[in-house]
Design a binder for this molecule. Structure first.
Ligand SMILES: Cc1cc2nc3c(=O)[nH]c(=O)nc-3n(C[C@H](O)[C@H](O)[C@H](O)COP(=O)(O)O)c2cc1C
Length: 371
């Protein structure tokens, strides 16, 4: 056994990539360029199908194929997005290697994807969701610990990973808090098939956000600056603390509904919401439950809130999903450089472990022979 062979796992075998490193989907971030750079570096990338405009999605898939010469990459989508069915059809038509999802397709759709050779790799944040995903037919599972960016659970990676490894038979990919080769070595040693990273791939020179946005991520020096809020859509969402989420959290239910509708109005083109629809939503919300109504508007509006910070660079006026690991990252490198650095460091960890194991095994063998 050598350090290099330890990097060959069910993930590299089934996804056909050189290293067990996955670049996860991130809204407005995981575009064709980032996915292609990840693929070229030997990792496996997912396109962010939940935020790529429906009429541009097929072109984005074709662009990765052109840049990489194949379809060894994945597509992320969620069943609640209007073009979810189209995502399924595109994944099948272009013979993509895998799809990832949170709220996922039903058993029949999963079976259809699998029959077409598309691997189904949901992301889960709790043991019970991992069990359900396996039961529905998932080929692998990504577990995301609570330190991870975007929508996230409350169980830390170090607790969730062994829990899920003990409970399921399919390969498990570890996510939430990874950025280094030490992390990769630790995850593989624990039994994971690889690691998946969002924030670390966002903080690369291949990711599309403007300089002002990337500088905001680099400025995070303390994990407490990346916190969970439920003010956006009622679910646990980890992001960099900023003026926008403070404003949302401090507002009462009616004020929050007004903020939600105001931002929806400004970005009406993105949400397709008409003024009449907005007024009706407002009055219905005020009469019924303003808090719930603001969450519904915000959930629909979320892609545009991310777009403000990730595309327009207006970092105090939108949301900045991030893992706590942003506090441990102080420079931008290209995706291939990142992957190489992680692989080299992981191999160094394995070599040092094997170095510790081998001398002691050579002393135990002669002892056995003499007894
Ligand atoms: C900016 C950003 C946007 C994200 N958008 C999505 C998304 O659209 N769909 C999704 O399934 N996960 C999304 N996530 C979660 C990531 O795919 C990934 O699971 C998470 O970042 C892993 O934790 P880490 O950030 O500690 O690496 C997002 C995360 C970030 C940081």
């Amino acid at each position: 056994m050598n350090a290099e062979s330890l990097l060959k796992t069910p993930l590299t075998e089934r996804l056909g990539c050189r290293y067990p490193i996955v670049q996860t989907a991130m809204g407005w971030v995981a575009d064709a360029k980032l996915v292609a750079a990840t693929t070229q570096g030997g990792g496996f990338g997912f396109l962010a199908g939940a935020t790529i405009e429906p009429d541009k999605l097929e072109g984005e898939i074709q662009r990765v194929i052109e840049l990489t010469g194949g379809s060894n990459f994945g597509l992320n989508f969620h069943m609640f997005q209007p073009n979810a069915q189209e995502c399924v059809e595109l994944a099948i038509r272009y013979r993509l290697k895998a799809v990832s999802y949170g709220r996922g397709p039903d058993q029949a759709t999963i079976a259809r994807l699998k029959d077409a050779g598309v691997l189904c790799i949901p992301t889960v944040g709790a043991l019970k969701h991992a069990l359900k995903a396996e039961q529905l037919g998932a080929d692998m599972i990504t577990i995301q610990g609570g330190e991870g960016g975007g929508h996230t659970g409350s169980v830390p990676t170090t607790i969730l990973l062994p829990q899920v490894l003990d409970a399921v038979k399919i390969p498990v990919i570890a996510a939430g808090g990874y950025s280094t080769g030490r992390g990769l070595a630790a995850a593989l040693a624990a039994g994971a098939a690889g690691i998946a990273m969002g924030t670390r791939f966002l903080m690369t020179t291949d990711a599309p956000p403007p300089k002002s946005t990337l500088e905001r991520y680099l400025a995070v020096k303390d994990v407490d600056q990346v916190r969970v809020t439920t003010a956006v859509d009622g679910m646990r969402h980890r992001m960099i603390d900023n003026a926008y989420i403070k404003q949302l959290e401090q507002a009462g239910p009616v004020r929050r509904l007004i903020i939600a509708l105001k931002s929806a109005r400004q970005w009406k083109a993105g949400t397709g919401m008409t003024t009449g629809h907005m007024v009706r939503t407002f009055w219905r919300g005020v009469r019924e439950d303003p808090a719930a109504a603001s969450q519904v508007v915000m959930a629909a509006n979320q892609p545009v809130l991310i777009q403000r910070s990730m595309v327009a660079g207006r970092v105090e006026e939108g949301i900045l999903p991030s893992g706590q690991v942003a506090a441990a990252i102080d420079s931008l490198v290209s995706a291939p450089e990142l992957i190489k650095g992680i692989v080299d460091e992981a191999q160094g960890c394995f070599e040092s472990l094997l170095g510790r194991v081998e001398p002691s095994s050579s002393t135990t063998t002669p002892q056995r022979e003499t007894t």
